[in-house]
Structures are given as C-alpha cells and as structure tokens.
Ligand binder design. Sequence first.
Ligand code: NI
Length: 252
Amino acid sequence: MMIDSHCHLLKEDYENKEEVIKKMKDNIIIVSGASPKDIDEIIELINNYKNIYATIGIHPEFASTYTEEDLLKVEKSLTHPKVVGIGEIGLDYHYGKENKEKQKELFIKQINLANTYNKTIVIHSRDAKEDTYNIIEKYKAKNINCNMHCYSYDLEMAKKITSQGITLGIGGILTFKNEKNLKEIVRTLDLSNFLLETDSPYLSPEPLRGKQNEPYNIIYVAKKIAELKDITLEKVLEETTKNTLRQFVIKR
Ligand code: NI
C-alpha cells in the first residue's frame, strides 16, 4: 500500500477524476484543503470514498480575503472523523510579501484550532523559513503532530525540525534532474521522517514532468527515495505508509 499524503483533487483540476481515484483504489489519498470555497467539495469527496481523507485549512494566499465565516467553516469541518488535519496553512512570502502580518495572524489562529481539536498541522511555507519556525515553536502545542509539506528548505532546518518530530513531505521535486538539496536531505535523514506526496495537480515527477500530476505518481517519488537510500521500493512504501498513518492518526 502507498499513501499520497498531500494532493488537491478538485473537479476544476481534473476531467478524469473518477479514473484518477480508481487507480489509487488499493491505496490512500489525503486531500489538502487550501481555499474556503473548496471545503464542501472536499467533504463530499471523503464521504464518497473510503480510502480518501482530508485536511482542511486556509492557505496563506487567502490571508487578506478570508472571512470569519470561512474560519468558522474550517473549525466546523474539524469535527468530521475523516478530516485528519488542518492544512495547508502557513506563510508564503514568495507570493505575499505585502501582507506578512495578516498571514502570520491567520497561521496562528489555525494553529490554535489544531491545538483545540487535536489535529495534525500541515504547513505550507515558502521563503519564510525563520518566521514559520518561530511561530510553530511558540504556538503549536507539544502533543500536536506536524508535517511540512513540499519541504524546500536546507538540511540544517530539516535536521532541526525532524528532531522535534515534524515530518517532511517529499514530492516530485526530488526527481528533478538539477535538484540537489532535497536529494541530500533524503540521503542523510532517516526514512521515518518522510511522507510521500504529489501535491497534484502540480509538480509532476520525472519522467512525467510538465504533465498533469496525479496521486498514483507518488510511486516515482518512492522509487527515487529507494535509489538514493539504496533500499528496496517495498521498504520505502511500507515505512512511509506507516509514517503517514501515524502522523494523521489513521487507523486501518
Ligand atoms: Ni498543496
């Protein structure tokens, strides 16, 4: 079995959604919420498919436009038994330099929700390494699980956060020919720190780069991890599945 720990599976992204889901019928998919407008569609999806779970949250790109009603809707969704986390939430200074304070405020509010509802946090963080670290350090309750999705920072930060039990989401970028940083991280750190993810429909792995990504393609990421760590593909799938079930407290 394998688990795509982070993807987006909305109607607007896929003409062949049914087919894409069918390919993962023996596996698990965790769909990530980003926009408040998608919550209803995601809840419908997890109600309809046994092997699909979700995290719900408001992405930092909506830090200036979300409403209190949106936040209440996120909160309400956290009581659904198949909503296994809050996310993706965080900071993005690559696209949002001008509203850093609003982003921090939204991030902290949602960390507090995770603490209250005992939900795993899934972080989106881009060009905001220090602020992300400091906020997590200050606001996340000790017992709350945390995953940094599509990890893009250095080895030093990876060592620091994994030593605190935060897992790293590893996706298609690992397979890119010119990528060195993430490969070094995968070689260096123990397999117990990694979750597989596609971030579909984005970031297709080699050899499918440029095409629409889909959850089944985590197999290419797993193969790359096996190659870099010189272990079997089975071992990678078995361990990352265990890591993900533990991280999101999914009982199978
Ligand atoms: Ni995402």
